[in-house]
Design a protein around this ligand. Structure first.
Ligand SMILES: [Zn+2]
Length: 251
């Protein structure tokens, strides 16, 4: 399992909770001893254009600092997806997050839809024909859902259970979909943790989710899997939560 990270993700590019100072450091600290870190290249405008309209790209460009980090985060997601396709599971420890970024608009601390950009790239290069996106963030990834609405090749699942057991059961069944998929992509938001906004999941639940995703990938798509960071705002628990997930998700 490789972690895709760039030191520029420490930079505070705006004033929302995803961009808060000190958010990335505890995650890096929790992972850097166990996993090899790899620096991504920024995504190209062509990469962005597979998901986003020209005017949306121009809109984000108007804030150069946000744009620079946005294309770096999208590039990190692409890198994780490409490594996963080649048989090396990977996690994009990136920000800004992406799942609230739709083709022509964005909100909720997101600018470009990192996971959608990565999946569209693999599809357009005909490396994959289909994908399963599991989003366990507290919030519904409307941007990802909008990007792939009507798609027969990409399934988007966002479990919504308000009780812990029910939520986990939804995660488990979503991975057992009858629809075939060539890769599993995880929008990993940790804001549903019991000490974060959602107040629901325990740290070990992220291990369980990671393990189920790993097993499903081995069973359905030759182990091809990657994840990218979405939400998660309690800096004091983010490190152990992301670590727990990766321990289940890696071989
Ligand atoms: Zn969220």
């Amino acid at each position: 399992m490789k972690v895709i990270f760039h030191p520029r993700f420490y930079e505070v590019y705006t004033s929302d909770p995803a961009a808060a100072p000190g958010r990335m450091e505890p995650m890096v600290k929790a992972l850097e001893k166990e996993y090899e870190f790899i620096e991504p290249e920024p995504a190209s405008e062509r990469d962005l254009g597979r998901v986003h309209g020209k005017s949306h790209i121009q809109f984000v460009k108007a804030e150069p600092h946000v744009y620079e980090l946005g294309i770096l985060a999208a590039g990190g997601s692409i890198q994780a997806a490409e490594m996963a396709f080649e048989g090396q599971p990977a996690f994009g420890l990136i920000r800004p997050p992406g799942h609230h970024a739709s083709p022509h608009s964005c909100w909720g601390f997101c600018y470009f839809n990192n996971i959608a950009i990565a999946i569209k790239k693999l599809l357009s290069e005909e490396k994959i024909k289909s994908a399963l996106i599991l989003d366990f963030d507290l919030h519904y990834g409307d941007g990802t859902s909008n990007t792939f609405s009507g798609s027969i090749s990409v399934s988007y699942f966002h479990p919504e259970g308000t009780r812990r057991e029910g939520f986990l059961e939804e995660v488990r069944t979503s991975l057992q979909t009858e629809r075939p998929y060539d890769i599993i992509a995880i929008s990993a938001g940790f804001d549903r943790h019991e000490e974060d906004w959602g107040g629901l999941l325990k740290t070990e639940d992220y291990f369980t989710i990671g393990e189920w995703a790993r097993k499903a990938a081995l069973e359905h798509c030759q182990g091809r899997r990657f994840g990218v960071l979405e939400g998660g705002y309690n800096h004091s628990v983010l490190g152990r939560n992301v670590k727990s997930f990766l321990q289940g998700f890696s071989d």
